[in-house]
Design a protein around this ligand. Structure first.
Ligand SMILES: [Mg+2]
Length: 215
């Protein structure tokens, strides 16, 4: 058993998802027009509300059912499914993963759908970066027993952009967890700090973790 394991989130922690979304909004509108572009993102939010996580294949499927005559659909689907996530990693994200591996086990721990999210992680080069230790759940904080079985360690450092998720995971790890809040993206700013206990460590950018020699 390793002494230390790092459980790193993906969206807005290693991948700049706000940048991906802004880029996709523009590209999708270019292919299917403003009206159907807006409809796509409305369906995206409907799916998120229904499933409680983002599911792009499901979003595409519902869009196709609702707008069967949209000629741009093949381009839309290709654009979404083959998005080059490797070009949207935050600067130094791969270096941070390599740096943390010098201190302990490193796993990706992400929320998401069971198909597209793992593919996105692989596409971004993160599967290789963590030697295949990729864990994806609809709500990761509800699967910490399974996480500890799959990545055994005496202590865990959880790294995430969402203060509420960090707070729950730290509590459920019962003294074995250290929380690292990375203040990147919309969720980092959406929650007032006083809503949750202070994280053990807070950084503005993931690259700042390169300066940490111990946890
Ligand atoms: Mg995130």
């Amino acid at each position: 058993m390793k002494d230390l394991a790092f459980l790193i989130d993906v969206d807005n922690t290693l991948i700049d998802n706000d940048k991906v979304k802004a880029d996709l909004v523009e590209r999708i509108e270019g292919v299917v027009g403003k009206q159907h572009g807006t409809a796509f993102w409305r369906i995206y939010e409907d799916v998120r509300r229904d499933l409680d996580y983002v599911d792009l294949p499901q979003t595409l499927s519902r869009f196709k059912s609702r707008y069967p005559d949209e000629r741009g659909f093949p381009m839309l689907a290709a654009m979404v499914l083959f998005y080059p996530f490797e070009s949207c990693l935050f600067p130094a994200a791969p270096d941070v993963v390599a740096h943390l591996k010098s201190m302990g086990a490193v796993a990706i721990l992400s929320d998401g759908d069971p198909v597209f999210q793992p593919a996105k992680i692989a596409r971004a080069g993160l599967y290789d970066a963590v030697d295949g230790k990729v864990l994806v759940y609809p709500h990761k904080e509800d699967h910490l027993q399974d996480v500890q079985r799959r990545v055994p360690a005496r202590r865990y450092v959880v790294i995430d952009d969402k203060p509420n998720v960090l707070s729950v995971m730290r509590r459920r790890l019962k003294g074995k967890g250290t929380s690292v809040h990375v203040c990147q993206g919309k969720y980092a700013l959406a929650s007032q700090p006083h809503d949750y206990p202070d994280p053990d460590i807070q950084v503005q950018q993931i690259s700042e973790l390169l300066d940490y020699k111990t946890f």
